[in-house]
Ligand binder design. Structure first.
Ligand SMILES: C[S@@+](CC[C@H](N)C(=O)[O-])C[C@H]1O[C@@H](n2cnc3c(N)ncnc32)[C@H](O)[C@@H]1O
Length: 201
């Protein structure tokens, strides 16, 4: 399980096209969330960590969001994204380990979570919460989807429960919403929670 901490593990999955998590499209609940944002949100600093093929980043870009940062430590999906979106600012395509991003250098208004939390080693979940809180500006928010399912495996995706997420995130976040998503992709119907939480000051 240690190897999920390594970029090589994920890079190999992309090279072998063994990417069962990849929906090939923007996640419907996240599209719905993005679609209801006001025009005034379009210049907010947004991070999509562990973005992979980054359909959400592509969608935000297409909708005119101008300050979106993609982070992934596997180079293959970033290269593929750059090819699909030649006009996307190159300095916002960051090939780096999320846990090593410097909060002195990077601060975001909000972060979009999409099958990244479930990809990290579960022993790093509290570290994720801390790093997420550090990368958010005061009053910043974490928005996205978390699995509401136990996959019962020693490999990603690593599942979890609403109770676990509440216990972990409440240390650093005020949870405004954490509820069963009612507009998930058919393959994930009934197995994911939509959440919106604000970093505590
Ligand atoms: C399950 S995939 C999900 C990709 C994308 N969010 C999606 O839904 O298609 C997890 C992604 O997180 C990336 N990843 C895992 N650990 C990471 C870390 N510590 N820092 C940056 N990226 C990481 C992997 O390279 C992979 O692209």
């Amino acid at each position: 399980m240690e190897n999920v901490n390594q970029a090589e593990f994920w890079q190999q999955r992309y090279e072998q096209d063994s990417i069962s998590w990849d929906m090939g499209q923007v996640s419907p609940p996240l599209k719905a969330y993005i679609d209801q944002l006001p025009e005034s949100a379009k210049d907010q600093a947004i991070l999509v960590p562990g973005a992979g093929n980054a359909y959400e980043v592509g969608y935000l870009h297409e909708q005119g969001f101008t300050n979106v940062t993609l982070v992934d430590f596997a180079p293959a999906p970033i290269a593929a994204f750059a090819e699909r979106y030649p006009n996307f600012p190159a300095d916002k395509l960051i090939c780096a380990d999320f846990f090593e991003l410097s909060a002195d250098k990077y601060q975001f208004d909000w972060v979009l979570e999409q099958t990244f939390f479930c990809a990290i080693n579960p022993s790093r979940r509290d570290e994720y919460v801390e790093q997420m809180a550090a990368l958010l500006k005061p009053n910043g928010k974490l928005v996205g989807l978390l699995f509401d399912k136990d996959f019962g495996r020693q490999e990603p995706p690593f599942g979890g429960t609403k109770a676990e997420y509440q216990q972990r995130f409440e240390q650093r976040f005020d949870i405004e919403v954490i509820e069963q998503s009612d507009n998930s992709h058919p393959a994930r119907q009934g197995s994911e929670l939509f959440t919106k939480m604000r970093v505590k000051s």
